[in-house]
Design a binder for this molecule. Structure first.
Ligand code: PGA
Length: 265
């Protein structure tokens, strides 16, 4: 039985005052829950503050991205050991908002690359290894864009992303990795993937994990669903056999909603 894991990805939201209010609102709502692993992923600027507030609670902290080198002349980047030192236990890698691929281009922003940060499968793999090497648990995101779904390419895309992300890992590292199925068209759009379909695709990812790391590892690695998870759809999604948790964006910015999603797990 895999323990559910719910992570809140605040994205680029929250100044220090807002972060403090939100964490202080979350802590009493989440205290005493031990059936579910809970993770808060604030922006880098709030990591130190959030860690000091979480203190010895059972809520873990994660970062939203990282660079794969430990240190050096990489202006603007942050490394896994730096995140570890700040108290992070997890780090999201390969989120679609970091990958070099996107769904419907937004007309306000050109060139389109400005929307995203160029992470490809090779970079995601490097980041995942650097995270594990530093003792962080990467939450590795995979997912198709809308045109790929319409073309019937969903399974091939998520299999390919999963295999490439997991290249070079061994089965003994399974407990140090979390995967997230994040259909790009469902992120921040309010359009949730139907629970049956999300479960089916998580099954495809689990099969790809088995191909890379073996059957046993595929039963250990937890697979979250992410994309417009809200209190009213969480229970349906989280009751499915292949969905082991949720990566929550917008709804993690409201303590009551985040707590309701965790309660549903
Ligand atoms: P959302 O974001 O819940 O706001 O759709 C999910 C994510 O980006 O992980």
């Amino acid at each position: 039985m895999r323990k559910p894991i719910i992570a809140g990805n605040w994205k680029m939201n929250g100044n220090l005052a807002e972060a403090e209010i939100l964490v202080k609102d979350c802590i009493p709502r989440l205290s005493g829950i031990d059936r579910t692993d809970m993770v808060i992923c604030p922006p880098y600027t709030a990591l130190a503050l959030v860690q000091s507030l979480l203190g010895s609670t059972i809520i873990s902290m994660g970062a939203q991205d990282m660079f794969w080198k430990d240190k050096g002349a990489y202006t603007g980047e942050i490394s896994a050991p730096m995140l570890k030192e700040l108290g992070c236990r997890y780090v999201i890698v390969g989120h679609s908002e970091r990958r070099a691929r996107f769904g419907v281009p937004e007309p306000d922003f050109t060139p389109e690359i400005l929307l995203h940060f160029g992470d490809n499968n090779a970079i995601v793999n490097k980041k995942a290894h650097a995270a594990v090497n530093a003792g962080l648990i990467p939450i590795i995101c995979v997912g198709e864009i809308l045109t790929e779904r319409h073309a019937g390419d969903t399974d091939r895309i998520v299999e390919d992303q999963t295999r490439k992300a997991l290249a070079g890992f061994s089965s003994s590292q399974a407990s140090q990795i979390v995967m997230a199925y994040e259909p790009v068209w469902a992120i921040g759009t309010g359009e949730v993937c139907a629970a049956d379909e999300a479960d089916r695709v998580c099954g495809v990812i689990r099969k790809a994990i088995a191909d890379c790391l073996g059957e046993e590892a595929s039963q250990i690695i937890r697979i979250q669903y992410g994309g417009s998870v809200k209190p009213d759809n969480a229970a349906d999604l989280l009751s499915r056999p292949n969905i082991d948790g949720a990566l929550v964006g917008g709804a993690s910015l409201k303590a009551a909603d985040f707590a309701a999603i965790i309660a549903a797990s």
